[in-house]
Ligand binder design. Structure first.
Ligand code: ITT
Length: 203
């Protein structure tokens, strides 16, 4: 049997992992990373309850167990956040709320007279499926700077804090990069690649 035929017959090819999220942009990024690794990522559009905690891993672990209890499918959930050095890690686990309330303009304002613009995006991916003893967690991070005004390629590019976050590796913000380019540097791309490497060894 040729190598290609073997790959197509492997159980991994027919296996789908479900990404439980309400955020289509996160899913689109995740799907691209997973498919490059030969994993099919389905979207379960739902909001799993998130506990109040300042630890992303704790939030993701609890959410993935709740998602599995509901759907009895192999699932991943992600908890991500932007940690600004000068704000002692704020908004971190409160990023979704801060984005919804004060948004990018609010964050720029908070950092108005601040020289140190350093910030880190962190992603915590938790996976759980039948017969697994406990959720598996994978972390990715990317360090960059918060710029002083929003920059995006087109009005439809990027989401959340993407237009104000410039990773150290490039002079462009996340919202000026294609999904494929963003995945190369991003917290999500790194966490999902780690998950994929581990997952492929399971098969
Ligand atoms: P789900 O919980 O439904 O997956 P969410 O949008 O609430 O979606 P998170 O809790 O993981 O996602 O992330 C919190 C917020 O952090 C998110 O709403 C964005 O505002 C911001 N964020 C996370 N990852 C980001 C990224 O790659 N680019 C820009 N902003 C991001």
């Amino acid at each position: 049997m040729k190598r290609e035929e073997k790959i197509n017959k492997s159980p991994l090819k027919s296996r789908v992992v479900f990404f439980v999220t309400n955020n289509l942009s996160k899913f689109n990024e995740g799907r691209m990373v997973a498919s490059k690794q030969g994993i099919t990522l389905g979207m379960l559009r739902a909001k799993t309850p998130e506990i109040q905690s300042d630890r992303l891993a704790e939030i993701a672990r609890r959410s993935v167990l709740e998602a599995f209890r509901r759907w009895k499918l192999p699932v991943i959930v992600e908890d991500a956040g932007l940690f600004v050095d000068e704000l002692k890690g704020f908004p971190g686990p409160y990023s979704a709320y801060v984005y919804k309330t004060i948004g990018n303009q609010g964050l720029i304002k908070l950092l108005e007279n601040v020289e140190n613009r350093r910030a880190t995006f962190r992603s915590l991916i938790a996976y759980y499926a039948d017969k697994l003893k406990a959720p598996m967690c994978f972390e990715g991070k990317v360090v960059g700077n918060i710029i002083r005004e929003e920059k995006r390629k087109t009005s439809r590019c990027g989401f959340g804090f993407d237009p104000i976050f410039q990773p150290l590796e490039t002079k462009k913000t996340f919202a000026e990069l294609s999904i494929e380019e963003k995945n190369k540097f991003s917290h999500r791309g790194k966490a999902l690649n780690q998950f994929a490497e581990w997952y492929k060894k399971l098969q």
